[in-house]
Design a protein around this ligand. Structure first.
Ligand code: ARG
Length: 575
């Protein structure tokens, strides 16, 4: 249920009935100030312009036609011709009772490929992978909730030059009687060893280069080594997904290697279409569409001089697979802003080559960099890259200590569980709540604060509602009371809860999870105001008021839990 859409429909009908041309939109929007009602229809101005008439006259004619008696108790014309709509509390109460937290059915469901996380497997996952992983996961959850068919794709970097070096190193270490699980226990260390070996020993470097070629042409022995490495690396990733509460599974992995057999086809098709040409031994595409200011075309290399394929080649093959095999209507890529040019090139070329038709939407949802408190990219104290595994461990440790200091009565297992949920939730929320396209500063202190727009604040609001139910000795699910929205605080909260749908629809469309965060934060804050203004379990509160308010508490808790779940954040009954 989306109030804005209902009102848009009602006003559109009224405008037609008033003889206004059908291409004039009603322009319904939430009011900025409650003084001007809950929603405004601002279409009279545009219609008046199109018809050469006075906006206030048009507004009056629309108002004469519109049927809102069931949902509004007051309408008025304001300013140049705004129509203010004040919603009826009884109508809101009824809508709120119908609102549920089940995934939505969608008559216009799309097949949506979400490409996210997608780390390079050569190294351990580090903080640079965090944003793609959690923003992408939240979008996958939201789109699924909206009834779309979501296909997660973890486009891991499991192919390419580095794998020659890594398989050569693994071969040597296994030759020294090391078990693969031992050799690869610490991927970061293994990578460093291989790299050092490569830099210091020319014979090894030659071997590594030889191995890349052999591997890419399907040598069985090298494929076996490669698979061992890949397997350990994927397992490491899965442990992190599990710790972070990220929904990616092994089945979602379709890495660069998956497209290997198709890469030659991609190149030959682009050549046949006259899009790709030979240039100094390499195969390249010149894109005039993306020319620089001087008019020089943008250059995309799709095959190197020695025959090797590149990142763009794999992405083109992946794109064709997603459209052709997976039947995607929409493909969303969650990748660092620094890869914007690459994405533009691939999108432009994919369309030109006819791999993707115009009705399929290609979207690069870029994000900024996670910064340390000194304003430079987030690093360890000694300047190294922060491993994601260390970050999640630290988050849980810090949160557990915090939870213990706030509530010393918790037993050991409660403390551990709450600490985990708060710590992981805080890290994720701190990221998701910032405008995706900006850089943001990573700060333990602000993300773990119980005040302000943070995960602990929202989790605490949820837990507090649960404690009210415990004290009232009723279960939130069982309450079926008449909901009466009398106090302004009750009405403001109810309206906010009804606007959940608008928030998630906007997130689904624009892929900005911070919209949902802001929504939840505002809802929790309105709840706190309601809680202060409207006593629930105090002596002297009538049974009807008590039950109605408990009903509002239940609706709030349900929205908070559903909303946090769409962000991939867990709630708890107490904290
Ligand atoms: N593996 C790449 C990296 O770590 C990201 C891949 C993103 N997805 C894609 N289809 N290009 O930079």
């Amino acid at each position: 249920m989306n109030i804005r859409e209902i009102l848009n429909q009602r006003f559109a009908q009224a405008m037609l009935a008033a003889g206004i041309p059908a291409d004039c939109a009603p322009h319904v929007a939430p009011s900025k100030n409650p003084q001007f009602g809950d929603y405004q229809a601002n279409g009279a101005m545009g219609a008046a312009k199109a018809m050469g008439r006075k906006p206030r006259d048009i507004a009056q004619e629309i108002l004469d036609q519109v049927t809102l008696d069931d949902m509004a108790d007051k309408t008025e014309i304001a300013g140049p011709g705004f129509i203010n709509v004040h919603l009826r509390p009884e109508w809101m109460a009824e809508q709120l009772k119908q609102q549920d937290s089940k995934a939505r059915h969608n008559d216009d469901a799309q097949t949506i490929v979400v490409d996210y996380s997608s780390p390079n497997l050569a190294k351990e996952m580090h903080v640079g992978h965090l944003r793609s992983t959690i923003i992408g996961d939240s979008l996958a959850r939201v789109l699924e909730f909206m009834g779309h068919s979501v296909i997660r794709q973890n486009h891991v970097g499991d192919w390419g030059t580095q794998f020659g070096m890594l398989t050569a190193e693994l071969e040597e270490q296994l030759g020294q009687n090391q078990a693969a699980s031992m050799a690869l226990k610490d991927l970061e260390q293994f990578y460093q060893q291989a790299k050092k070996h490569f830099d210091d020993d020319p014979a090894f470097a030659d071997k590594a280069r030889d191995y890349v070629v052999k591997l890419q042409s399907g040598d069985a022995k090298l494929l076996e080594l490669w698979e061992k490495f890949r397997d350990v690396s994927l397992e490491h990733g899965e442990e992190l997904y599990q710790a972070l509460g990220v929904t990616l599974k092994r089945d979602d992995v379709k890495g660069e290697s998956f497209y290997n057999d198709d890469l030659a086809n991609v190149v030959s098709e682009l050549k046949a279409q006259g899009l790709a040409v030979e240039d100094d031994g390499a195969i390249v595409v010149f894109l005039q569409e993306l020319a620089d200011k001087e008019g020089n075309p943008s250059v995309v290399i799709i095959q190197k001089k020695g025959g090797g394929y590149l990142y763009a080649t794999t992405d083109l093959a992946a794109m064709r697979h997603r459209v052709g095999e997976l039947k995607a209507d929409r493909i969303m890529y969650f990748i660092d802003a620094r890869q914007s040019l690459h994405m533009k090139q691939v999108f432009t070329l994919g369309r030109k080559a006819g791999f993707v038709s115009d009705d399929v939407s290609l979207e690069h949802h870029a994000f900024g960099t996670m910064m340390g408190e000194d304003g430079t990219p987030f690093k360890t104290r000694s300047g190294g890259t922060v491993k994601l595994a260390d970050l999640t461990t630290e988050a849980v440790e810090r949160a557990t200590a915090l939870v213990e200091s706030k509530n010393p009565d918790l037993n050991e297992s409660e403390r551990a569980e709450i600490g985990r949920k708060v710590g992981i939730g805080a890290v994720k929320y701190a990221d998701l709540s910032k405008t995706r396209t900006n850089d943001y500063i990573f700060s333990w202190e602000s993300m773990l604060s119980f005040e302000g727009n943070t995960a602990p604040y929202l989790q605490y609001a949820y837990a507090r509602i649960q404690s009210i139910f415990r004290r009232a000795e009723v279960s939130a699910d069982d309450i079926n009371a008449e909901l009466q929205l009398n106090a302004p605080e009750e009405q403001a909260l109810a309206l906010k809860l009804l606007r959940f749908e608008e928030a998630i629809e906007q997130v689904a469309k624009e892929a900005y999870p911070h919209i949902l965060c802001t929504y939840l934060y505002e809802a929790a804050s309105l709840y706190m105001k309601f809680y202060e203004a409207c006593p629930i379990l105090k002596d002297g509160v009538s049974e009807a008021d008590k039950m109605s308010r408990l009903q509002l508490c239940a609706a709030t808790a349900s929205i908070l839990r559903t909303g946090l779940d769409l962000l991939g954040i867990e709630t708890m009954e107490k904290m």
